[in-house]
Write a protein that binds this ligand. Structure first.
Ligand code: MOS
Length: 759
């Protein structure tokens, strides 16, 4: 292909963020920064019980408080509707529609006032009376509602019991992970206003078009009557995929007072109001022959959820495709509690499932006396072992080799407790990663104008990952324009529609749409040039030309060509525009369906799948190598080094991709060593809902990090990329726990690791 991205170039240059200057100068407008004339401010009142009924709300004092414009409770709120279901971004329970409470922190009232301070002061004056009911707050509670196979994604193959029967080694263990809070620095905020029946919302969202759909459904509007504006989000990590109730309440309040209304969540409200990573408990059995060949994996995972609409949060789904093992069973369970809603949080499910699988493989490696890397290589999945489909690309072997080399894995002495550095016991641990492929739909529009600049747009959101930069790069590369002549516009549902910015699928999705739009635009220029028989481009197709320096030139004769601006001028046009769209490859649907057929219909399904042999789009792969130090006297644990070798296909911008891996690694350290939402057993109140109490990694916890990208372009999509947003998070918890075992001989199976586990 001559007009397109250069797939041969594996690692793109480390281009600076095009939105960087805007961010550091304060010119980037986040929802919290939006200021409108005549805006009123809302404060939210939350439940102080986990379950029951509100018997009375005395609003007299709040309503009489200075500056208060309105007080809205379930007694006077407008009727709202439940929007369409969706397993990625389920609608929230419409707020203020009844007296029922199903979690601590549920919104019970909105106060609207002239200033945020007046709203906050009035919100403190409510007198709420309850009739509490016993709340179900732990997975152990026999009253908890449990659901097996909640997402219809349970999978398996072969016969696990038979595999175990013939094995030389068997390991069984229970792993648990804590509930975690997304904790973005940017507080979620919404500014909403109505113009008749047209609703405009500035919001912190990763999925503006779903927000539009949910708002339209909630208020019974047509989708074109709702506009969601969201150029930047100050970190979201999945919390911005769902619409949270405060967004709806801002719109309710704006309608009631007939003015724009702004709501900014407080930090404690960020713990109850935007979702969290649920706690999990996993029971896993693994059996192998003496030479390390895996014979059975039996993985059961249990996740907690709120009682409202739940989302898809499978934690064992990655297990069947991770290793070549003939007998596998992967099953999930959902346990409903009276806790705040759950949201996806970076590598949702995959991170937890990987922790259990990669930990128990490490346990098995000691039982068998086989090096942990070797054990993984002995069970390397050459094809997707669940579907028998070929991976589109897989460089996991290189990840192990390059990562081990850079880390100095060969210096590891196998015996636990055998390496020291002064008072520190040193441990080396590793984990492998096979990440899934996700891809939403996307569309984009590209224009070249008579001043020689390009304008490319899509209604996506810059959630901090580098989208703005990478999309500008892709457009510039295809159009043959330097970055400073390419203006990318995003952040508005009036622009071309895209799906979620998450699931590590957005670069592929939108990149492919921009690829198509830009190629269509070059084609439009060729058509226009071809109207002039004297043009050197007359009769040329996309395969006959390439683009560079604002020109389209013939591949065969680089001297023959024309500038975009000259083509426009000759045709007396000011600009040309073209659209492009992308959808997930059919094979992606195929993967899921084949897995289901294989697991539901036993041998017949397996044969069917084996015969189909399609290529399936692979997600990213990776290997993580971690060195820890443990001070056995004090129980201190320090991560000293991390090496990450990642196969993310073609890396379009090494700088922002590396940032994704580094940021994910830090978040992984947080999950492994610090983060835990502590819920008060009696009341369901989150006891540590501030940054003083909820621990996240700080600079002193972050070691030297080495990131290396391996592998080649993935030709399942025209830009050759694979997702990079989540693979950098996965594997760290297992690698740290495996390193701790190597350092101390102590196996930790419960996250976060606390000092008492090490004393
Ligand atoms: Mo992420 S949980 O796909 O935002």
């Amino acid at each position: 292909m001559s007009v397109g991205v250069d797939l041969e170039r594996l690692v793109g240059p480390g281009v600076d963020r095009v939105d960087g200057p805007r961010k550091v100068s304060g010119a980037a407008r986040y929802a919290i920064d939006v200021d409108l004339p005549n805006v009123a401010h809302a404060a939210l009142v939350r439940s102080t019980i986990a379950r029951g009924r509100v018997t009375s709300i005395d609003t007299t004092a709040a309503a009489a408080s200075p500056g208060v414009l309105a007080v809205i409770t379930h007694q006077n709120a407008p009727k709202l509707h439940t929007a369409k279901r969706d397993m990625i971004a389920p609608p929230p329970v419409p707020p203020l529609q009844s007296d029922e409470v199903d979690h601590h922190g549920q919104y019970l009232a909105v106060v609207v006032a002239e200033t945020p301070q007046q709203a906050d002061a009035a919100a403190a004056l409510f007198d709420v009376r309850y009739e509490p009911q016993p709340a179900v707050l732990t997975r152990e509670d026999p009253e908890a509602e449990r659901k097996s196979n909640p997402y219809h994604l349970d999978m398996g193959r072969g016969d696990v019991e038979a595999g175990i029967e013939g094995a030389d080694a068997l390991r069984e263990a229970v792993y648990s992970t804590s509930a975690c809070a997304h904790s973005p620095i940017g507080l979620f905020a919404t500014v909403a206003w109505w113009d008749g029946d047209r609703l405009t919302v500035h919001d912190a969202t990763q999925y503006a078009f779903r927000a539009r759909e949910v708002l339209a459904g909630t208020f019974k509007l047509k989708e074109h009557e709702v506009r969601v504006v969201s150029p930047f989000v100050g970190g979201a990590f999945g919390a911005g995929l769902r619409v949270s109730p405060h967004t709806i309440l801002a719109a309710v309040a704006a309608r009631v007072v007939g003015r724009p209304v702004k709501v900014v969540l407080t930090r404690p409200q960020m713990f109850t109001g935007i979702g969290h990573r649920p706690d999990t408990e996993q029971r896993i059995r693994i059996a192998a022959a003496a030479d390390g060949e895996l014979l059975a994996i039996d993985h059961h995972g249990s996740t907690t959820s709120s009682v409202g609409p739940s989302l898809m949060y499978p934690i064992t789904m990655g297990t069947p495709s991770a290793y070549a093992c003939p007998n596998v069973s992967a099953r999930d369970e959902l346990v409903r509690l009276h806790v705040p809603p759950v949201a996806h949080m970076r590598a949702p499910g995959e991170a937890e499932g990987n922790f259990a699988l990669e930990s128990i493989l490490d346990e098995l490696s000691y039982d068998l006396g086989i090096d942990p890397v070797d054990l993984r290589l002995r069970n390397y999945a050459e094809v997707n072992p669940q579907t028998n489909g070929a991976w589109s690309t897989k460089a996991l072997r290189e990840c192990y080799a390059v990562g081990a080399e850079r880390f100095g894995w060969s210096r590891r002495s196998p015996e636990p407790g055998s390496m020291r550095d002064g008072n520190w016991q040193i441990g080396y641990g590793m984990a492998g990663i096979s990440y899934g492929h996700n891809q939403p739909k996307a569309s984009a529009r590209a224009t070249i104008r008579d001043d020689g600049t390009a304008h490319v747009s899509s209604g996506t959101v810059e959630i901090g990952v580098g989208t703005w930069t990478v999309m500008t790069q892709i457009a510039g590369e295809i159009l043959g324009l330097p970055l400073d002549l390419v203006e990318f516009e995003l952040g508005d549902t009036d622009l071309p529609e895209v799906g979620y910015v998450g699931g590590s699928g957005h670069t592929i999705a939108l990149g492919s749409a921009i690829h198509e739009a830009c190629r269509a635009l070059v084609q439009a220029f060729l058509d226009l040039a071809g109207d002039d028989p004297a043009s050197p481009l007359a009769g040329c197709g996309l395969d006959d030309v390439r683009t560079a320096d604002g020109r389209i030139v013939s591949v065969d004769d680089p001297g023959a060509g024309a500038r975009y601006v000259d083509i426009l001028e000759r045709a007396e046009r000011h600009e040309l525009t073209a659209d492009g769209a992308s959808s997930p490859p059919k094979a992606e649907m195929g993967t899921q369906i084949k897995s289901l057929i294989a697991s539901k219909h036993g041998e017949i399904g397996r044969k069917l799948v084996a015969r189909s042999k399609g290529v399936v789009p692979a997600g990213a792969f990776g290997a993580r190598f971690v060195e820890v130090g443990v001070d056995r006297d004090l129980g201190l644990l320090r991560v000293r080094r991390v090496v990450s070798a990642i196969d993310a296909g073609r890396v379009i911008n090494e700088k922002t991709a590396r940032s994704q891996i580094i940021g994910g690694t830090i978040q992984g350290i947080g999950m492994a060593m610090f983060e835990e939402i502590v819920t008060d057993a009696g009341t369901g109140r989150i006891a540590n809902a501030t940054f003083g109490d909820y621990l996240v990694p700080v600079n002193a916890d972050v070691p030297d990090m080495d990131v290396v990208f391996v592998g080649g372009p993935d030709d399942m999509n025209p830009i050759g990329a694979k997702g990079v947003g989540e693979v950098g998070f996965v594997g760290i918890p297992a690698a740290i726990c495996n390193a701790v075992f190597h350092a101390t001989g102590r196996r930790l199976r419960s996250l976060p690791i606390t000092i008492d586990q090490l004393l």
